[in-house]
Structure formats: structure tokens, C-alpha cells
Design a protein around this ligand. Sequence first.
Ligand SMILES: Cc1ncc(COP(=O)(O)O)c(C=O)c1O
Length: 401
Amino acid sequence: MSFLDVTDFRREFAFFSERPEWVYLDNAATSHKPHAVINAMVDWYQRDNSNVHRSAHQLAANATAALERARQDILAFVNANNHYQLIFTAGATSALNQLAFGLMHSVLQAGDLVVVSELEHHANIVPWQYHCAGVELAAVPLLASGELDMAAYQRLIARKPKVVSLTQLSNGTGVAPDLHTMLQMAKAVNAFTIVDGCQGIAAGLGDVSALDCDFYVCSAHKLYGPTGVGALIGKTAALELLRPLLYGGEMIKSVSFARTELNRLPFRLEAGTPNIAGAIGFGAAVRFLQQFDGLALRQHKMQLTQSFLSQLKELPDIRLLSPTNSLGIVTLDVATCYASDIAELLNAQQVAVRAGSHCAMPLFKALDSRGAVRFSFAPYNDLQEVDRAVEALKQALEMCR
Ligand SMILES: Cc1ncc(COP(=O)(O)O)c(C=O)c1O
């Protein structure tokens, strides 16, 4: 396969010609969508719109084939070997809720321990609290450097947690924990392992077979796909253990008022009509990405991040919360101003960033930050946009002094 260049990448996104005045650096919240994704969804609605896995006509067969092709293409994209299957979900939040609920009714009992970390998004904290009554939720704390405290993790592992659920890349600060080591330590005590790959997959870290985790979750919209669809990718044996969170059509083999028999995977965990257009868009997103040289995209994003970080050094009143080798997420505190005010001053200059605690309140509490400004880069950004963001930030800081 011949790969397309980074400069071709930007051209595939209508947003940049529609809104040339904007600098979009809120990619960790959601990415823009290329023509390939939008067209795949529109085409399907216009030409093959039908429900899947039920009607006998050709259009329904086309819809089923498109959905199943997307499933296979996403599995291939994350290099999942044949131990894994993919469940379409409404996103990573929905996948993590299914995991917390599903494991509570099989693997977990009151008194057991689930380990997460202080880097987690709320989606990897709150489901454990609400679905797993009586289960202890413990978080690996941060060191002053913002990295995870591996000695504290070792102590938690010694308590033999039943589940270890960790982010691949913090959406709050861009820290990427040493998952290879952490997952090995979890497996050594037979814990079920979950990786929240929402940000990791967009940073090119989504190699599920290399991680060898029991479950991997992600959302399409962080990866140039549509909102409202994601994946719960799991080893078949682990998925088999999950009690479904949702019940209804399609997830059953037979129903009577006396007894219902559930369907096999993946259908058992996909109750109701799925987000068919979303799944097709998700499949189109990974096929789109495969046309490009992944390494070149990553290197370009690193170049943008490094350029931004080096220019930040010259700015006053800033506390950097991200590592200097961050994979595209740069978060900072401004001593003289609220993060929300900085974001508003940037917005006035048409630079889109996010401010606050980034759905990770415990993380920002641990960092002793009242809320921070996050600049998140994607390979479709360019160096001129980085410079514009720095200029806008300079002006915002001036106004705050
Ligand atoms: C690390 C991480 N986990 C989970 C989520 C939740 O994803 P979604 O809102 O698409 O379900 C996000 C979204 O910001 C995220 O960045």
C-alpha cells in the first residue's frame, strides 16, 4: 500500500476550508471528520438504509455486510488477534459502564478491590462507584512529576485486585503510563485488565494484541469518526463473563414468558438496533487512516507539540502540567488568571481550546490545579496554527496581568 503524505491529510477535512479563520486545538475533546467518513454515512443513509441482522431483503443484507465489515476493519486496525471480539457501543463511557456492571455480576463481589489511577477520566471512575456497591475502588496516586507512583501501584497489586482499569493516555495531561509493566503486574495476580484507549488510539498506541489486555475501550469520535459510537473490544473468554447491561431485541436466541435464552457474542452485548451509520462511519475512519503513514502522522503531531512547548518556555506565569514528551496534549495552569478566562480570551481570537478539569476532577485535585487550559493537537494541524495559538496565548496573558 502506498501512503499519502501529512499535507494530504489536512485536505481531507472540509472543516479547514469551511472555517479557515479558526485554529482548532481541542482534538482531545473530539476530532474533525474527513470526507471519507461523512460520505460513507451519507451514502449508507441514501442508498442502503435498512436495519441489520433481521430483514431478508437485499438492502438489509447490504446494511448487515457494511456493519460487519466495519467490525472487522476496526479489529484489524487495533491489531486484535483472534482471541478478541468487538462489541459496538455508544462510546467509551457506555463500554466502561457495561464492564463495571457486567463484571459486578460475575467476577466481583462486595469486599473485592478494583484499581484505577488518578489519571482517569470520570468514565473510568464513576461506573465503578455506581455499579459496584461494596467493592473498594482504589486509585494509583500521582508523583509530584505527574507520573504514576509505581511503588504505590505495587502495594495495591500486592492486595490482589480483581480488576485493574487504566488509561492508555491521560486526556487531562497527556501522561502515558507504563502500561506494559502495569498490565504485566496485574496479570501476575490474575486481575482482569481494562485499557481505556480513548486518547491512546488517536496517538497511534492502539495495538490491542501487544497490550494483551482483557478489554480495550475507545470512542470513534476521537479518531475522526462520528460521535455516539465506540467499541468494547475484549477477549472472547472475558466477554463471555459479562452480564449484559441492556436487554431486548437482537441479543436473544429465544424468548417466551417462561424463559429467555440469550444470543451468542457479539449480539448478546448489542441489544436493540445499533448505531448502524455510526459503526459504518467508524469503519470508514479506520480505513481512511490506513491510507496514511501512521508514523509520519505521529511525528508531525510530535513536531507541533514540541514547537508549542518550546515557545511556551518564553511565556510568563505558566505552570506546565504535561510531560515534555507529551503525545499531543499540553495542559497548563496560569497563575494570574482562571483557565476559563484564558479559554474565553483565546476563543475571542478564534483559537479553540478546552478549560477546566477535563472530566478528570481527581486528577486536577492531585495536581493542585483549580482547572487548566488544554491545547490538544492532531496531525491535521500545522506549524502556523501553533504560532497563532502562541500569539493568542501571549495576548491573553497580557490581558490577565
Ligand atoms: C481518556 C478518556 N476516557 C473516556 C472518555 C469518554 O469518552 P466518550 O465521552 O466518548 O464516551 C474520554 C472522552 O473525553 C476520554 O478522553
